[in-house]
Design a protein around this ligand. Structure first.
Ligand code: ATP
Ligand code: MG
Length: 654
């Protein structure tokens, strides 16, 4: 790609709606001093040392940061334990009987674990793991649905210093096997099944398939969730029931290991939106400090809040902002097991009403789905308990942002669009809800101390008002330390493109006021007759039309223009596809952005291909459009969707 911005049409930057934080919010915000940005940039290490004061350390650090590019060490020489920080220390306070986890099962059952309960369960699990021979440094794979046992197992691993690798419960046996082989896990914790949309995901069956070629696994602990015990095949000597093992542990308490600040906490594989997933390694001290502070300041966590991140724990959002961030803050974290449309499309809103949820963190793709389902569902429920909302995972279209703020947030509360990655461990670009004037669709500014920039091909900063590649110019505490088993790939992939800078792989623009606008992946940029257009901009224009629920835009080859724009579009429930609507949508995009962005081709489809973390997979649509063999599809949520799109596409070409 030459220069991303040359001749670009900045549809997004035409966005001129602004929302200042409400007075009531400012009054109580965890951060209300704008000086923080300047102070933190001038002395980032001092800033993080200050943030580290909120954590319990067995031994303080000798040095905040040791930076041997591209390998960082934070809080060098310090000792701590993440589980102690998320559980034990709250028992010394009034929080001991506060709800740590409120869990709602898909069938409607519920469990509440206070910090004291969590302490007991985590200890029993840690003792069981030790009994099964898990030692400090050994890896434990977790393949579960969204049940409290998943959080308990993660914390138990952290307690004994055994890095976990959580594999999203929606993954196939092959994906699970690949991750177990890569991490060489010794124990697998799974369940008989998980509830999803009223049916059972056969986790144990999948595990049995996965384990056919994984000699490192010695034992499998099985949580009993969905199926009559006698119907679950258990392999003698290898498989054990979770609850029996927990019972065996009795009331035993195991002191948390004193771990070095750089001791591995977990390995987590990326979503695989652009290619084969990478196993990112996160460690102890810096990670905890980074997510503790970001959770506290971005979500404005207060002790009275009920906080709900709808992310699955199988993704980094679940690690950092369902489990470790909220619990280290002593917050109440809500977990929901199932699907947003079970038994009806108002399930999220019913949960908010039922538990009086105050803070909601979800994904743009979910919001666009809710838009498609219509207003009837949120309007059935009382959402007035909400005081702050966030989004993560993809760029959010301004229309979706505004819809969310108006119809879920009642037009009165801040919405924080948070940009980050599995690699970054913590949010890096985000509003601070008591400080930042919001613009719909913009993740606004880097978190204090984070030096983000937008550069051109040569690594030079581009002026405000222009676009390019998003880079981070200094290490931050929760950054991944390496790719598990492949430090060379860590260097190659992220640190070699621009010397001294972390290459995010995302395109971004900064407007005249310095706001950051994320444009998605750098390869999601189309070059039409020399004009570089972010697919995200065209998608936003399409979604701003009342008929459109969601869209994925790609570039296709064009004899004259080089590339032309093709759009895959799903419609809202009360619209139907047709030539007329197609013309109307073309006209709509021309009006919003300019004739140059007018889609050459529009395909109406019932669904878009998405990863299992619900991100749109444009690379596979490009494969279809260019008649190539489909690339890696193992991270697709539903490969059938792709094949039906392929069929439709080929028929229409026919
Ligand atoms: P892979 O790297 O394997 O292709 P992935 O990048 O989808 O997978 P994640 O680490 O889960 O895996 O996702 C991070 C990416 O999600 C970011 O690089 C960015 O493209 C996108 N993203 C996350 N949050 C935002 C946001 N607030 N705005 C725009 N994009 C976002
Ligand atoms: Mg990525």
């Amino acid at each position: 790609m030459s220069e991303v911005e040359r001749g670009a049409i900045s549809a997004l930057l035409k966005e001129d709606r602004k929302y200042a934080p409400p007075q009531e919010f400012i009054k109580q915000a965890n951060w209300d001093d704008p000086q923080i940005y300047k102070r933190a940039l001038e002395d980032p290490e001092g800033f993080w040392a200050e943030m580290a004061a909120a954590i319990d350390w067995y031994k303080k650090w000798d040095k905040v940061l040791e930076w041997n590019l591209p390998f960082a060490k934070w809080f060098v020489g310090a000792e701590l334990n993440v589980c102690h920080n998320c559980v034990d220390r709250h028992l010394q306070t009034w929080r001991k009987n506060k709800a740590a986890i409120i869990w709602e099962g898909e069938p409607g059952d519920q469990r509440v674990l206070t910090y004291m309960d969590l302490f007991r369960e985590v200890n029993r699990c840690a003792v069981a793991l030790k009994r099964l021979g898990v030692q400090k440094g050994d890896r434990v794979a977790l393949y579960l649905g969204m049940v409290p046992e998943l959080a308990i197992a993660m914390l138990a691993c952290a307690r004994i210093g055994a890095p976990h690798t959580v594999v999203f419960g929606g993954f196939s046996p092959e994906s699970l096997r690949g991750r177990i082989l890569d991490s060489q896990a010794k124990v697998l914790i799974t369940a008989d099944g998980a509830w999803r949309r009223g049916s059972i995901v056969p986790l144990k069956e999948n595990s049995d398939q996965a384990l056919s070629g994984t000699p490192s696994i010695e034992h499998v602990l099985v949580v009993n969730r969905t199926t009559a015990r006698e119907k679950v095949p258990m392999k003698d000597g290898r498989d054990l029931w979770w609850d029996c093992e927990m019972e065996k542990s009795g009331a035993a308490v195991l002191e948390p290991e004193r771990l070095d600040s750089e001791h591995p906490l977990y390995i987590l594989y990326t979503s695989g939106t652009t290619g084969k997933p990478k196993g990112l390694l996160h460690t102890t001290g810096g990670y905890l400090v980074g997510i503790h502070a970001t959770a506290h300041y971005i979500f404005d966590l207060k002790d009275r809040d009920t906080y709900w991140s709808t992310a699955d724990i199988g993704w980094v959002t679940g690690h950092s902002y369902v489990v470790y961030g909220p619990l280290s803050n002593g917050a109440t974290s809500l977990m929901y097991e199932g699907s947003p449309d079970y038994p009806d499309k108002d399930r999220f809103w019913a949960i908010i009403e039922k538990y009086r949820v105050n803070i909601l963190y979800t994904a743009p793709t979910a919001i666009r789905t809710f838009m498609r389902w219509g207003l009837d569902y949120p309007q059935r429920r009382d959402l007035s308990s909400l005081r702050l909302m966030g989004t993560v995972g993809e760029p959010i279209n301004p229309e979706a942002w505004v819809w969310y703020r108006e119809n879920i947030g009642g037009n009165r509360i801040p919405v924080v669009d948070t940009w980050w990655q599995t690699e970054t461990g913590m949010v890096l670009i985000t509003p601070l809800p008591g400080l930042t004037v919001l613009k719909p669709g913009s993740a606004t500014f880097p978190f204090p101390s984070i030096e983000a920039d937008i550069v051109d091909d040569n690594g030079n900063s581009v002026p405000w008002g222009r676009g390019g590649y998003l880079v981070i110019k200094r290490p931050w505490p929760a950054m991944a330390r390496t790719i598990w088993g492949d430090p060379e790939r860590w260097r190659q992939q992220y640190w070699s493109r621009y010397p001294g800078m972390y290459f995010t792989g995302d395109g971004a623009k900064r407007d005249e006021e310095g706001y950051f606008w994320l444009l998605g992946r750098v390869d999601d940029v189309v070059n039409v007759a020399g004009h570089r257009i972010g697919t995200m901009e065209v998608e936003s224009a399409l979604v701003s039309h009342p008929a459109v629920a969601e869209s994925a835009v790609i570039g296709i080859n064009h004899d004259i223009k080089g590339q032309a724009i093709a759009a895959f579009v799903t419609l809202r429930s009360d619209y139907s596809a047709g030539e007329e609507l197609m013309e109307e949508l073309r006209g709509h995009v021309s009006k919003k952005i300019g004739a140059i962005a007018r889609p050459e081709r529009i395909f109406f489809t019932a669904e878009l291909p998405k990863t299992r973390s619900a991100k749109i997979m444009r690379r596979l649509l490009r494969d279809i459009a260019e008649g190539r063999v489909l690339g890696d599809t193992t991270t697709l949520a539903d490969p059938a969707v792709l094949h039906s799109i392929k069929q439709q596409y080929e028929d229409s070409e026919g």
